[in-house]
Write a protein that binds this ligand. Structure first.
Ligand SMILES: *Cc1c(COP(=O)(O)O)cnc(C)c1O
Length: 318
């Protein structure tokens, strides 16, 4: 398990390189839930997602390397590109053909090479492994890595510093680096805090793995929560066990519920978020979080949604 000491060290290491993001009460969601619901506005992080924390912490710990590389559905690649530039390192980001064009453009705008390869996250990962093996790059994976988890864990410390009486945190869940880090930090500070993971119904690899009792592969499907797609790795070393041991509850939300979450946060709260970040609001609106103790914190994990898609969803009726 990643420890509180590692997370505190990460916090000191990335201080000044990442933003402290706001935490605010959501009047509209509190009214729906019947008790206080807070928004941790990490979608306002530089590069538009929390992944900058883990990528910066991991890259800052490297010795001499040719550069950094990773495979990413977008936000981690973008984060690593930004971290590498801040630290003066070359970066090659390997992405699958499923990754939206706006995310590839964002990586290139950050001065990194975006290498489009394969039809899945796993295939893109093979190219990153080759760069590591043959060209002296350091491979920084998106979630299953101690320094990445510790970096994401700084969000747990930040949430409890901003709202010390938080009773539950609802966390978007894919590979589990975010949940593992936040849960490790939050439970070390307050062992009674409830950690709730939320994934989409379509292709939730961690949910399928926990149900099977070991990491399994799932078919990668298109979803509004595209940042939650991809497997957890059959050789998963850290996040599977940490999520199994630290997560109190796992909730799944449908595509229609995610769309409703995006729309509600946009219309009622003025927050532009991507699908992955809307799963908490989706769960509140679908009455799937009624058992959660309050104050409840929803972690808004990112804002990198195609603007045309966001507009269409905002204009939708359901
Ligand atoms: C990566 C990501 C997640 C999920 O994080 P994991 O560590 O893979 O569980 C959630 N939301 C956004 C916006 C992301 O980019």
């Amino acid at each position: 398990m990643v420890t509180l000491e590692e997370i505190r060290a990460a916090q000191a290491r990335i201080d000044g390189l990442v933003r402290v993001t706001p935490m605010r009460l959501s009047p509209a969601l509190s009214a729906v839930a019947g008790g206080p619901v807070w928004l941790k506005c990490e979608h306002m992080q530089e590069t538009g997602a929390f992944k900058l924390r883990g990528a910066t912490n991991a890259a800052a710990r490297l010795g001499k390397v040719a550069g950094v590389t990773t495979a990413s559905t977008g936000n981690h690649g973008r984060a690593l590109a930004h971290a590498a530039r801040q630290l003066g390192l070359p970066a090659v980001i390997c992405v699958s053909r499923l990754v939206p064009a706006n995310k590839i453009a964002a990586i290139e705008a950050l001065g990194a090479e975006a290498r489009v390869t394969g039809a899945s996250q796993d295939e893109a990962f093979k190219e990153a492994r080759r760069l590591e093996r043959e060209e002296g790059f350091a491979l920084i994976p998106p979630f299953d890595h101690r320094d990445v988890i510790a970096g994401q864990g700084t969000l747990g410390l930040e949430i409890l510093a901003q709202l010390p009486d938080a009773a539950a945190i609802a966390i978007p869940l894919s590979g589990g680096g975010l949940l593992a880090g936040v849960a490790a930090a939050a439970k070390a500070v307050n062992p009674r805090i409830r950690i709730i993971g939320i994934s989409m119904e379509r292709g939730a690899a961690m949910a399928a793995s926990l149900a099977a009792g070991h990491p399994v592969e799932v078919e990668e499907l298109e979803t509004l929560a595209d940042s939650l797609g991809g497997g957890i790795g059959l050789e998963n070393r850290l996040t599977y066990a940490m999520c199994r041991d630290l997560m109190d509850e796992l909730i799944l939300v449908s595509e229609a519920e995610i769309a409703r979450g995006i729309r509600f946060l946009g219309r009622e709260e003025g927050e532009t978020v991507e699908g992955a970040a809307a799963v908490g609001a989706a769960a509140v609106l679908a009455d799937k979080l009624r058992a959660a103790p309050e104050p409840l914190v929803l972690l808004l994990s990112g804002r990198n949604i195609d603007p045309a898609q966001h507009r269409r969803i905002l204009e939708g009726e359901t």
